[in-house]
Design a protein around this ligand. Structure first.
Ligand code: ATP
Length: 246
């Protein structure tokens, strides 16, 4: 087990998001959606560390949805969780096959929805209260830009959301952390990651939005922080009223 601690500043940013968006209450049980990628692996390690000193007691487990239906080697995650005594379960579901059979036109959102449903069910089955996902600052900014350019609405996912259908709270404790900061920590702590190559991986809208943010950052170095600020401070005074069609 890695004994190195997460950088204090990074842990502080996660703690701040948890506090600002009221993510955790006393005796919550949090299930981390563990894809084996850098974000969710780091989230798991960070929450495990935070719960050791948190004045608000909470428990933790992890769940991976095996979208191959059973052929994904998750042993590195089993070892990671066993080392830290974090209960872990893998739920196989043939999402890839379903996408093929249905000839899904939007495989990414279909897959994300199915995964979310399976993770929410796992939270309920295990007596949990909360599902934690590894979305970061870059994800939030890219989602806001994609929505603005595609749908004309400036909005991103919420850091904390109550899912009334499943009665599960959804939290994203890494919304203040950049992808780069996470990657640096994952490498420094030498955390294990899983390999998974999506058979449908295409040039997604997210890839394009990522490229756009990168370009913008060259001319406007604060673009990510500014978009985050705009998400927090949409001022009703700045809204144009509805004056009829142009
Ligand atoms: N197969 C899975 N099983 C469990 N949780 C998942 C799975 N895939 C994604 N998630 C959860 O959903 C979050 C967002 O998924 P997305 O596919 O956008 O991954 P990502 O941004 O590349 O993050 P990561 O680095 O954790 O893979 C992940 O951080 C993770 O918490």
């Amino acid at each position: 087990m890695t004994t190195a601690k997460i950088h204090r500043k990074i842990r502080g940013k996660i703690g701040k998001a948890i506090f600002n968006y009221k993510m955790i209450s006393k005796d919550d049980h949090i299930v981390v959606g563990l894809s084996g990628g850098k974000d969710s692996v780091f989230l798991l390690i960070a929450l495990d560390e935070i719960r050791r000193w948190s004045p608000v007691p909470f428990s933790l487990s992890a769940c991976s949805v095996d979208i191959t239906g059973g052929s994904w080697d998750t042993s590195a995650m089993e070892d990671l969780c066993a080392d830290r005594e974090i209960p872990y379960r893998v739920v196989p579901h043939p999402v890839e096959e379903i996408i093929r059979i249905r000839d899904e036109r939007s495989p990414c959102s279909f897959c994300a929805n199915m995964r979310r449903g399976i993770l929410n069910s796992t939270v309920k089955e295990t007596g949990g209260t909360t599902l934690a996902l590894g979305h970061n600052l870059d994800d939030a900014v890219e989602t806001a830009l994609m929505n603005l350019l595609r749908t004309g609405r400036f909005r991103s996912f919420q850091p904390t959301a109550w899912q009334s259908n499943s009665q599960v709270r959804l939290i994203r404790p890494m919304v203040y952390l950049s992808e780069k900061a996470i990657l640096t920590e994952v490498e420094r702590l030498n955390l294990p990651l899983l390999k998974y190559t999506c058979p449908f991986s295409l040039e997604t809208e997210r890839t394009r939005a990522k490229g756009l943010v990168k370009e913008l950052s060259k001319k406007f170095p604060d673009v990510k922080q500014n978009i985050l600020h705009a998400l927090k401070c949409i001022d009703t005074k700045d809204r144009w009223g509805e004056e009829g069609s142009p």
